[in-house]
Design a protein around this ligand. Sequence first.
Ligand SMILES: Nc1ncnc2c1ncn2[C@@H]1O[C@H](COP(=O)(O)OP(=O)(O)OP(=O)(O)O)[C@@H](O)[C@H]1O
Length: 248
Amino acid sequence: MSGPILSVEGLGMRFGGFRALHGVTASFPARMLTSVIGPNGAGKSTFFNLISGAFAPSEGRIAFEGRDITGTPQHRFAALGIAKSFQITNVFPALTALENVRIAAQALVSRHDVWRRRDELPGLAEEARSLLEEVGLTHRAGAPAGSLAHGEQRSLEIAMALASRPRLLLLDEPTAGMSPKETVVAMELIRRLARERTVILVEHKMKLVMGISDRLLVLHHGELLAEGAPEEIRAHPEVRRVYLGERA
Ligand SMILES: Nc1ncnc2c1ncn2[C@@H]1O[C@H](COP(=O)(O)OP(=O)(O)OP(=O)(O)O)[C@@H](O)[C@H]1O
C-alpha cells in the first residue's frame, strides 16, 4: 500500500462558541476510496469544507502529499491536484454537456496561455470528449446540460471536476436527490474513478457506501468515532450504537 495522499492532524472548526469539529486526526491512503460517514450533525460537511479549502480550520493541520496546505485559498486547490464536486448542481444549463466540460478544462489551460482565443486552444475538445466518456456521458455530449436527467448532471459535474486532472477527488453526497437507479449508476462510476485516483466521499447513508468503500471514517458529535475497513465498521459496537441505532 502506498502512503497517505492527505492527512489531517488535530483538525477542528468552531462556529462562534460552537465546536462543529474537534481533534480529528486521520490519514487517507492514495488510490483508495475512503468514505466519511456519520449521523446528522456529525460534522461531515464541516470536514468536507475544511479538506476542500472552503473554510480555514480553527485548529489543526492539513497536509497533501506531505505538504502543509492549511489555510491555502480554495482557488489554488485545483492547481495542487485536488478537485471537488458539490451537492449543488453547478452546470451551465444552456450549454451542451461537451461545452460545459470544455470550459472547465479551459479554465486551467488558458490561465497559462492568455493571448490565445479560448476556443482555439488545442486538444480541449478531445480532452472534454474523453472526460465525458469516462463518466459515461458520450451519448449526451451534444445535449444542453439543462436537459440532462439529475443523475446525468451530477456525472457531468464530476467530469468537470476531473478536467483539472486531480490526484484527489472530493465528493460531497454525490447521490443526493438521485433515483435508486441513478444511485446504482453513480456508485459504479465512483468505484471506477477510484481505480485511477484517490477519492474521498462524504455521505450520510452508511449502507450506500459500505459496498464500494475501501475504508470508512465515522464522525460523531464532531469527533472521529471509528475508522477501518467496511467489515470493521459494520461490526464496531460504538458505530452500531450511534449509527445503526435500532439494530444495535
Ligand atoms: N456555519 C455554521 N454556523 C454554525 N453552526 C454550524 C455551521 N455549519 C455547521 N454548523 C453546526 O455544526 C454541526 C455539524 O454540522 P455539519 O453540517 O458539518 O454536519 P453533517 O454531519 O454534515 O450533518 P448533515 O448530515 O445533517 O448534513 C451541526 O450541529 C451544525 O448545526
